[in-house]
Design a protein around this ligand. Structure first.
Ligand SMILES: Nc1nc2c(c(=O)[nH]1)N[C@H]1C(S)=C(S)[C@@H](COP(=O)(O)O)O[C@H]1N2
Ligand SMILES: [Mo]
Length: 207
């Protein structure tokens, strides 16, 4: 009789144990679904934010006529459309801005700009020696939107031949996103490192 009771208790406890487990699994699945939903909502919100047209009022207050090149450089520069025109100007064809969410935001048949590499060579990064090459470069806009590049990307990688400061789109000066836009033509999604209202290019050394 005693044995039966013990066996019965074991069976019962394992049954409830299993139930408890199932419950936990269900809870976990519900939590995961919740997180996925949240990510989906967030993605949608990001997409909406990217698709939101910038009002004329906002662009008027954010437009920047100058872009400063500063930080760890020997010759700080102030870039303007006119100063860029005096440099080695390249024409870029069929440049498409693709948001991180996947949407096509803008297509330029043709645009004109100067390589960031040429600009930084003119500003001359303060390299103390051959191994002093851990710099990061921040392209910043007046609304504090920013994109980051590394020294190696610009000076020791094909990306260096794809990063431009634009001053003209489709044969016209850049108006609402003006005066200059920094782009990285070979990025998978070109939206994130497309910095309009460009106001500075800062060179920083990694400590
Ligand atoms: N200054 C600034 N640049 C920015 C942004 C911004 O909010 N401010 N948004 C970025 C995002 S998320 C995308 S997808 C593209 C959109 O470019 P478009 O406005 O030309 O379509 O610009 C990028 N550059
Ligand atoms: Mo975006």
């Amino acid at each position: 009789m005693k044995t039966f009771i013990i066996i019965g208790a074991i069976i019962l406890s394992s049954f409830f144990g299993a139930c408890d487990n199932t419950n936990k699994q269900e809870q976990k699945i519900t939590a995961e679904a919740g997180a996925e939903n949240k990510t989906a909502t967030k993605n949608q919100m990001n997409k909406d934010a990217c698709l939101m047209p910038v009002s004329a009022e906002d662009s008027a207050k954010y437009i920047s006529k100058k872009a400063e090149v500063k930080g760890e450089v020997e010759n700080p520069l102030i870039l303007t459309v006119d100063s860029l025109k005096k440099m080695n100007v390249a024409t870029i064809e069929n440049f498409v801005v693709v948001c991180q969410s996947g949407g096509n935001m803008k297509e330029d048949k043709t645009c004109k700009g100067v390589l960031l590499k040429d600009i930084l060579e003119k500003a001359k990064i303060k390299q103390q020696n051959h191994k002093d090459r851990n710099f990061y470069i921040v392209a910043r806009a007046t609304d504090n939107y920013k994109a980051t590049f590394s020294w190696a990307e610009i000076f020791n990688n094909p990306t260096g031949d794809n990063v431009y400061v634009l001053f003209e789109e489709n044969g016209r000066p850049i108006k609402t996103q003006g005066d200059m836009i920094l782009i990285c033509k070979n990025d998978i999604k070109t939206g994130p490192r497309h910095v309009y209202w460009l106001k500075s290019i800062e060179v920083n050394r990694v400590d």
